[in-house]
Design a protein around this ligand. Structure first.
Ligand code: DX5
Ligand code: ZN
Length: 229
């Protein structure tokens, strides 16, 4: 993975057909997705359960590019190696998931994956200030995690603060929740470079009718890049 601040669209398979993940991942990549975002929920840290490392390993061969695994679980540390072995390129843990996020990020890097740290809407940007030397990506949640399709919560000021804290460091800023062509521009302008989108990418299409995925991805990208009409 070479570092770039170019806009990357990361469809969240939480909005895909759960009986058809392999084909869904291949379809969004063929339609222009840059990364594939994989939401892991435990029914404890968040009030919903999705799937675990076995599913991640099963879908890995169907993803050519970056598999971006977002862990909404607590504890995190006992499961890091399982997700790394499942082929995650990036593993993101929540700063709210336990008392030792610094250790968690070190352990993620030691597993061979890039280390992401996610911030719930109620957590300030400053929470990651002591973590920047062990972080490859900050994920700013623009919904309270647990479900796809929720209403966007404006965190543009937090993104702006993070962007100036990060400076020249090779750290991505990812936005997760309620991203669509109307919310993407302000986020990109504030300094975000990875835009996760579930419902806004998967709406209207399917693995056998993937053209809408391409239209949806292009609309978000164009909006973020400032050329949306
Ligand atoms: C929320 C997840 C998100 C979610 C995004 O807990 O982390 O990745 O699936 O879905 P949309 O784009 O529908 O808000
Ligand atoms: Zn997510």
């Amino acid at each position: 993975m070479t570092f770039s601040r170019a806009i990357k669209i990361a469809p969240s398979i939480l909005a895909a057909d759960f009986a058809n993940f392999g084909a869904e991942c291949a379809a969004v990549e063929a339609q222009g997705a840059d990364w594939v975002h994989v939401d892991v929920m435990d029914g404890h840290f968040v009030p919903n359960i999705s799937f675990g490392p076995t599913t991640c390993a099963a879908i890995r061969p169907h993803i050519k590019g970056v598999m971006d695994v977002h862990l909404m679980i607590a504890p995190v540390d006992p499961y890091i190696d399982a997700f790394a072995q499942a082929g995650a390129d990036i593993i993101t843990a929540h700063v709210e998931a336990g008392p030792h996020i610094h250790r968690t990020l070190q352990a993620i890097r030691a597993s061979g994956a890039k280390a992401g740290v996610a911030l719930n809407p109620g957590t300030p940007a400053e929470a990651v200030a002591p973590l920047l030397d062990v972080t490859d990506m900050v994920c700013v949640m623009t919904v309270n995690p647990g479900f796809g399709g929720q209403k966007f919560i404006d965190m543009t000021d937090k993104v702006r603060t993070l962007r100036s804290m990060i400076g020249d460091r090779p750290i991505h800023i990812e936005i997760d929740g309620g991203v669509d062509p109307t919310t993407a521009p302000q986020l990109a302008q504030a300094g975000a470079d990875v835009l996760v989108a579930g419902s806004a990418v998967f709406k209207g299409g399917s693995a056998t009718n993937p053209a809408p995925y391409g239209e949806n991805i292009r609309a978000i990208r164009a909006a973020a890049e400032g050329t949306y009409t």
